[in-house]
Design a protein around this ligand. Structure first.
Ligand code: NPQ
Ligand code: MG
Length: 367
């Protein structure tokens, strides 16, 4: 398709409650949206970078800058653009996977809308709805945590993920396991530990967790392999899995028994599908991560989560887990599942009024 350019749009989304992790406390999601304007259709992509570089090196203003300076001009130089052409045009720019993913997704959405095909059909979805988990932040007290988990279980969430950090691990996990019994339960440390903490982390083995997610730094593959030998809980990597090659390496080195897939972290949906395929070929289960997406990002995540090797519930929560008013029609929990959109492209679009109300700035990048 021929495109006339990209619109960058910054959107401020207040969270229903503060979300605290080992990386800090978030009160409002600062979202960068990309709209790709083609002659046959338009498409949307959501950049999952946070406002500060706490999860990975990327941050919202940096992502906007790399799109403006390098990614948009790389596409403007092409006579025709699709998701694969965008991916190869971006290869000369090192890093910045979240910025690349946002643009590639906008192009793919436009391409699929023009073709009348849904993200799910394009990616290879095999189910109409996906089981939903929820990620529960660090709280001031265990009592507050138990209240929060109780509420999510009441709503029907099928799996609980507790954020942990040194000083908030065994006690909250024990309390949740004792209070709620045989629920699907896992933990996520966002790189907050070192191998020195192996003995403390191994105490989590007593609670039959589905997995422990990314206890050690992003570049510490050998450390994760060593930690995996020192505990029984299955090791899952998030931040470390930056590509399909990184996934293959981590699996070969026994650093990952399970993989979290986030398209933003690996540079887009094309590479995310390759991560899925590499893991499937190795017998390693995957699940869909989340980055507090609006309905636009959530739609694509949910479609990916419907692929066959997504055998664990994802952080694919309903919209109201994070937002009172989303910019799309809300994704709802139905019997613990979120439905995969079936319309062309993402299958959802922004509500013009909600989008306008949340927008803090726009910029047109003409090709
Ligand atoms: C994870 N997500 O799995 C991430 C981490 C995370 C749902 O736990 C603002 C934007 C705040 C993105 C906090 C979940 C965030 C964020 C945490 C991502 O590691
Ligand atoms: Mg994580």
């Amino acid at each position: 398709m021929k495109f006339s350019g990209l619109e960058l749009r910054r959107v401020a989304m207040p969270l229903v409650a503060p979300f605290r992790t080992s990386m800090g406390t978030e009160h409002e999601r600062d979202v960068l949206l990309v709209r790709a304007v083609g002659d046959e259709a338009e498409g949307w992509g959501e950049c999952v970078a946070m406002s500060e570089p706490g999860y990975s090196a990327e941050y919202v203003a940096g992502a906007a800058d790399v799109i403006r300076r390098f990614l948009s001009p790389a596409l403007a130089a092409l006579s025709t653009v699709d998701a694969h052409l965008a991916e190869s045009a971006f290869a000369k720019v090192k890093g910045h996977p979240m910025a690349k993913a946002a643009v590639q997704t906008a192009v793919l959405d436009a391409q699929l809308r023009a073709a009348g095909m849904s993200f799910g059909a394009y990616l290879g979805a095999v189910k109409p709805a996906v089981p939903a988990g929820v990620s529960v932040g660090i709280m001031d007290t265990v009592a507050q945590l138990l209240d929060a988990v109780d509420g999510y279980l009441d709503q029907g969430y099928l799996r609980i993920k507790l954020k942990i950090e040194p000083g908030w691990d065994v006690e909250p996990v024990r309390a949740v396991r004792e209070r709620f019994g045989d629920i699907l339960l896992q933990v996520d440390a966002n790189c907050a530990y070192t191998l020195q903490d192996a003995r403390q982390l191994a105490r989590l083995d007593a609670f039959d967790l589905l997995l422990i997610e990314q206890p050690l730094p992003e570049d510490d593959i050998r450390g994760h392999a060593e930690l995996a030998r020192r505990m029984r809980t299955p090791m899952c990597l998030d931040e470390s899995i930056t590509s399909a090659r990184a996934a293959a390496d981590a699996i070969a080195l026994h650093a990952a028994a399970i993989v979290n897939i986030k398209p933003g972290r690996v540079g887009g949906y094309l590479e995310a599908r390759r991560v899925h395929d590499v893991c499937a070929a190795s017998g390693v289960p995957v699940w869909a991560g989340g980055m507090l997406e609006t309905g636009l990002g959530r739609a694509a995540n949910v479609a990916l989560a419907a692929l066959p090797n997504f055998t664990l519930p994802g952080d694919t929560s309903a919209s109201d887990r994070y937002y009172r008013t989303d910019i799309t029609a809300p994704f709802r929990l139905e019997d613990g599942h979120v439905r995969v959109p079936t319309g062309p492209g993402l299958g959802v679009g922004p509500d013009p009024d909600a989008l306008a109300a949340a927008t803090t700035g726009t910029e047109w990048l003409a090709w």
